[in-house]
Unconditional design. Structure first.
Length: 549
């Protein structure tokens, strides 16, 4: 009797393992997935393992499949016929985005790939109910992920509200003290308190930035020259100073960023080292000095407190508007006794950078003596300040605030209202996804996915617009603070200025002067907008030729 041997075709199997956090990468999550998948392959003699995909530290909830290299590689290999079966531990390893991942699975099935999960078996897409089951699986997975995220967010929010430090290194200027609360493992949770010596250093760092115009490099150098000990490193570096200068913790604000990208904050007066006004002013000063915010043309150069010349960063060539740089002239002469050594003297000058570099075709004067430029400008500045002493600055400041705040505040409220509407529309679109999967919606799944992506892009654009407007409003508040300070110091401005360091003098002048144009024909001073408004008001009050603004 002839024996008939049954032939079973071998199916090539690829496996995909994913963990979403670095914590899981350090544990045994991927080895567990790997073992479970290989055990299932061993139970199926017709299966042969040909490739393994491993994806570490990628959130299937937050990261789109289009931005996941492993998913894209698996798709490319499927189209090239590399495997017949794609096996995962659970289907949520493909992703947790309920408006996207079901279609990822369907894509593989449409290419003839069998989709298998160790825990859930094979997912076929042959009938309408198969699509519904496929969608509901990822909808439930996404919901569980969101609930977990919300629980974690609420827990961290409560910790922030209670002033409890959530982990990591305690910022410079603080120490950790027992909060009286423990975590699940019984370990004490810490609250932050001021470190007596380090908090003084933080105050000094902010003073150098605010009143002397020091950048992070100069501050680090200053601290090292005084042998101020750093907490961990042997010496201070500019990155460490940069972190201190931009961290809102020093104005008493503890922050936590949620899974959705929202920033939660809670004020804690017990940990304030610098005032909110000082902190905000330092941010604006640093932004105004950042070269990234300036181009090469016209007046686009940041003010600098380096060097001996008062107006570097403010002074421009009156001919080509190029920035001025500093230069030295060395004079050599002999005394009455010809045999004595030569005597040298150095004088500083402002020099047109456009003419020096040959970029502008400038035909104006190349250099201007420091004493001439600064003498003329300071005489005019003292004259302006004498005039300001005759103005009711309190009333002028109030008028400035009303004039500049109302329109921007209204526009910000309008943008915030719009983004709320966009979120509602996005929620409605997401709610339509189950109906689209079941064929009960007027939207096709692909169209709905495009609409959701488009709405997300609109929200992202609006968030950028809101952020820019908030910066603009913050900048105007900075001007208001400058005006308040000017009101206090105007009567004694000259005395304070003459006793100040060169750096502080430059910072004081920067609150009054916008730009200075210097040419052989004369010197033109453009005052800061609010100062100019005050001077114009004096003119209006003393003449009958002031036109209404």
């Amino acid at each position: 009797m002839e024996m008939v041997r049954e032939f079973t075709a071998i199916k090539r199997v690829a496996t995909l393992y994913r963990v979403s956090t670095k914590g899981q990468m350090d544990g045994d999550d991927i080895p567990m997935q790997e073992r479970a998948c290989r055990n299932l392959i061993d139970l199926k003699p017709e299966w042969k393992l040909v490739k393994e995909y491993t994806e570490k530290g990628v959130s299937g909830f937050k990261v789109s499949a289009a931005n996941r290299d492993i998913i894209q590689q698996a798709k490319e290999d499927a189209e090239n016929g590399l495997y017949d079966v794609l096996l995962v531990f659970m289907f949520d390893r493909l992703g947790r985005k309920d408006d996207e991942t079901p279609f990822v699975l369907e894509w593989f099935v449409s290419k003839g790939i069998e989709m298998w999960s160790v825990n859930e078996g094979q997912q076929k897409i042959e009938q309408h109910t198969d699509r519904l089951v496929n969608y509901l699986r990822f909808w439930q997975s996404s919901g569980e992920s969101r609930k977990t995220s919300e629980r974690v967010t609420e827990k961290h929010k409560q910790m922030v509200e209670d002033g409890i430090f959530r982990g990591g290194g305690i910022p410079y200027g603080y120490i950790g003290v027992d909060s009286g609360v423990t975590n699940k493992k019984g370990k004490p949770l810490l609250k932050m308190a001021l470190h007596e010596e380090e908090s003084k250093i933080v105050k000094k760092i902010y003073e150098l930035a605010l009143y002397e115009g020091y950048g992070q490099l100069r501050i680090a150098k200053y601290l090292n020259e005084l042998d101020v000990p750093a907490r961990k490193a042997k010496s201070w570096g500019s990155p460490t100073v940069n972190v201190i200068l931009k961290n809102p913790i020093y104005k008493g604000v503890m922050r936590y960023r949620t899974e959705k990208g929202e920033t939660l904050s809670q004020e804690n007066p017990e940990i304030v080292i610098v005032s909110e006004q000082e902190w905000n002013q330092v941010q604006l000063i640093r932004e105004s000095k950042n070269p990234k915010n300036y181009g090469e043309e016209e007046n686009n150069t940041p003010m600098s407190t380096k060097g001996k010349l008062l107006f570097i960063g403010m002074a421009r060539c009156g001919c080509c508007h190029s920035r001025f740089t500093s230069t030295y002239f060395t004079n050599k002469y002999r005394g009455k006794n010809a045999e004595k050594a030569k005597i040298y003297s150095k004088t500083m000058s402002y020099r047109c950078s456009g003419k020096l570099q040959g970029k502008t075709g400038c035909d104006g004067q190349s250099t201007f003596a420091q004493t001439k430029v600064e003498g003329v400008v300071m005489k005019k500045i003292y004259g302006y300040l004498d005039q300001l002493n005759t103005v009711d600055l309190t009333t002028q400041i109030q008028n400035f605030k009303k004039k500049n705040s109302n329109d921007d505040d209204k526009h910000l409220k309008k943008l915030q209202s719009s983004i709320e509407e966009f979120y509602e529309e996005l929620s409605a679109l997401n709610a339509e996804v189950p109906r689209a999967i079941m064929g009960k919606s007027s939207f096709k799944p692909e169209l709905l996915n495009n609409l959701i992506e488009s709405k997300n892009n609109e929200i992202a654009g609006l968030r950028i617009e809101i952020e820019l407007l908030e910066k603009k409003i913050s900048s105007k508040k900075f001007e208001e603070n400058e005006m308040e300070e000017l009101k206090k110091i105007t009567p004694i401005w000259k005395d304070v200025f003459e006793k100040a360091s060169i750096e502080k003098k430059k910072m004081m002048l920067a609150t009054i002067i916008d730009t200075i144009y210097v040419s052989k024909e004369g010197i033109e001073i453009n005052l800061r907008l609010h100062i100019n408004d005050f001077i114009n008001q004096i003119y209006c009050d003393t003449t009958t030729r002031c036109s209404p603004s």
